[in-house]
Design a protein around this ligand. Structure first.
Ligand code: DAS
Length: 355
């Protein structure tokens, strides 16, 4: 009797192993590239949700904390950086984009998840949206509570992001940002709250879909060209053009613009009040900057809507570029990449209407 049971048990075990190996064969292969942030953060106590330290926990520990991931994908981890994302730089972006493109060329990589600090997720996402040269899913994920906190959101966000990155339905949609059960597009997503778990929004335009039971459900698609459909290639670049942002407000001075020009900037984005309005001293300074060859982009500090060409300023006469509906921080990214191709403002305006 026992022998029979044992034989049956052994057969069952062998079957299960075969099944699980077979099941693993059927699961997508997802690479997790870790860069730091709150998702890897630790606090002094389980109730420390502010005043914790970001970028402390390594990628292997992040994966170990979510064994359920293995039911939706075969995952491997790689620690690319370990930083709080306010410290993200152009050099980090170039290194990350090159590593993502290298991995996505591999036939045994079906998708990539990037764990990242929430402060600049939207910028890294948009930079990769313009420079990744694959239709395979790239999903960026973060957390608003450190890993040590009660109800930390990192583990479920990571589980969901792996599910989205492993899904064929996520392919060809540009770079995605997945937190708090929502899927946002890289172009429109922005961090809208300093502290709430639902901080990532796409003002006026909304999310692309949701994550349910670890699977993506899409309702919209981005209307703008991205990834393999862009003209930008960073594979041979070691440096990006210097472009900075100047903030508009009542009583704004020309000082920062003059400082950026003196510092060698080749592009300046102005985050204007309203529809990208320019206070007179600021307009004078930007006009002089343009005269020295600096490319100027007018955007808006409002957070949504279109900064219309020839609206609050005569862009034709000033030879400025209008940012369309890109936020200042994203207009900076597109202007940097545009300047790797051309200094022709008509060409650059075309790019702002395309990406
Ligand atoms: N400092 C923030 C960052 O690394 C923490 C976070 O991830 O929210 O972006």
């Amino acid at each position: 009797m026992f022998a029979t049971l044992t034989k049956q048990g052994l057969c069952a075990a062998a079957l299960f192993t075969a099944f699980s190996v077979h099941a693993a064969d059927k699961l997508p292969n997802v690479m997790i590239l870790a860069t730091g942030g709150t998702i890897a953060g630790t606090g002094a106590t389980s109730t420390t949700t502010v005043g914790y330290t970001a970028a402390k926990i390594g990628v292997e520990k992040l994966i170990e904390a979510v064994p359920e991931m293995k039911t939706v994908a075969n995952v491997k981890g790689e620690q690319v950086f370990q930083i709080a994302s306010e410290n993200m730089t152009n050099d980090h972006w170039l290194k990350l984009a090159k590593r993502v493109n290298e991995l996505l060329k591999q036939s045994d990589v079906d998708g990539i998840v990037i764990t990242h600090g929430t402060d600049t997720i939207e910028e890294t996402a948009y930079f990769l949206n313009l420079t990744v040269k694959s239709k395979k899913p790239v999903v960026i994920v973060g957390a608003m509570r450190p890993a040590t906190a009660i109800s930390a959101d990192g583990p479920i966000n990571l589980y969901n992001a792996v599910g989205v990155a492993g899904s064929k339905d996520s392919a060809g949609r540009g770079v995605l940002v997945a937190l708090n059960d929502e899927i946002q597009g890289a172009r429109e997503v922005t961090k809208s709250s300093t502290m709430l778990a639902n901080t990532f929004r796409a003002p006026e335009l909304g999310n692309l879909g949701y994550v349910v039971r670890g699977k993506p459900v899409f309702y919209r698609a981005t209307a703008r060209k991205n990834t393999t459909d862009t003209e930008f290639d960073v594979s041979k670049l070691d440096k990006l053009p210097e472009v900075d942002i100047v903030y508009g407000y009542a009583n704004a001075k020309r000082t920062p613009i003059d400082a950026f020009v003196a510092g060698g900037d080749v592009g300046i984005v102005h985050a204007g009040t309203g529809n990208g309005s320019l206070a007179t001293p600021v307009k004078d300074a930007l006009k002089e900057a343009r005269g020295k060859g600096v490319v100027v982009v007018r955007s808006s500090r409002t957070g949504s809507g279109i900064t219309a060409r020839n609206g609050e300023a005569n862009d034709d006469e000033l030879d400025f570029v209008a940012a369309d509906n890109l936020s200042p921080q994203k207009a900076r990214i597109l202007l940097m990449l545009a300047l790797t191709k051309t200094k022709d403002t008509k060409e650059i305006q075309r790019m702002f209407y395309t990406y």
